[in-house]
Design a protein around this ligand. Sequence first.
Ligand SMILES: Nc1ncnc2c1ncn2[C@@H]1O[C@H](COP(=O)(O)OP(=O)(O)OP(=O)(O)O)[C@@H](O)[C@H]1O
Ligand SMILES: [Mg+2]
Length: 257
Amino acid sequence: MKDPVAPVAHAVEIRDLHKRFGRLEVLRGIDFAVDPGQVVCVIGPSGSGKSTLLRCVNLLEQPTSGRVVLEGVELTDPDVDIDAARRRVGMVFQQFNLFPHMTALQNVMIAQRRVLRRRASEAERIAREHLAKVGVLEKASFYPAQLSGGQQQRVAIARALAMSPALMLFDEPTSALDPELVGDVLTVMRKLAEEGMTMLVVTHEMAFARDVADRVVFMDGGVIVEDGPPDQVIGSPRHERTRSFLRRVLDPTHTDV
Ligand SMILES: Nc1ncnc2c1ncn2[C@@H]1O[C@H](COP(=O)(O)OP(=O)(O)OP(=O)(O)O)[C@@H](O)[C@H]1O
Ligand SMILES: [Mg+2]
């Protein structure tokens, strides 16, 4: 619910964010914000800086300049408790990054134990709750190698959720999956969105972006070219760069986006 008088703090606010790797400027002044409960999908060609943007939001990468403000806390302030701030952000990657020598249950418990210092019984209860939520509770004692890609990705989502994040970042969470497994993961993400989770999602799944996103951001060459409701950005894009990208992703004969 938005209070019409008091401004609602952004879940995350990004101001004039720049990131360079040596001479390559990958982010060239990014400005946008995600409000609590919003789902923002980021689309754009390969190399446009989408992953780098997400990695700057949880400080896996140090921005070259600009500000990243998470729930009112400026991450780029040298005095801030980065570990505490980072704990507020869950991240799900294209490659699921589960620990191979741990069961699904152990994977969902480990950071709760080590980082949040939850008691084993509490961490296990919360892990089971989230494994059930993503539909893989019956696989709790399985190792990642014994799970399908879709099941592994749902365990990775449960692991992030178990840390009670304020914001979830997804970086092409379905791109490494066989087509028949994509739907299960998107269903879980849709449910999360309906429950009011704040989500920033890099994806090529245009149907998901259209149905679920409050806003779609199109990036190209390290800048935001368009930012607006999905019906506008995907349905009637204003810029030729957006149109030409969408033609390529929506045309099944092109895969090299
Ligand atoms: N650690 C790094 N060192 C040097 N260059 C990097 C590094 N990480 C990313 N880059 C470069 O930054 C640019 C943007 O990369 P990024 O991964 O953010 O793109 P992307 O939009 O996520 O692409 P994709 O759709 O292929 O995942 C690329 O040219 C990439 O080579
Ligand atoms: Mg990427």
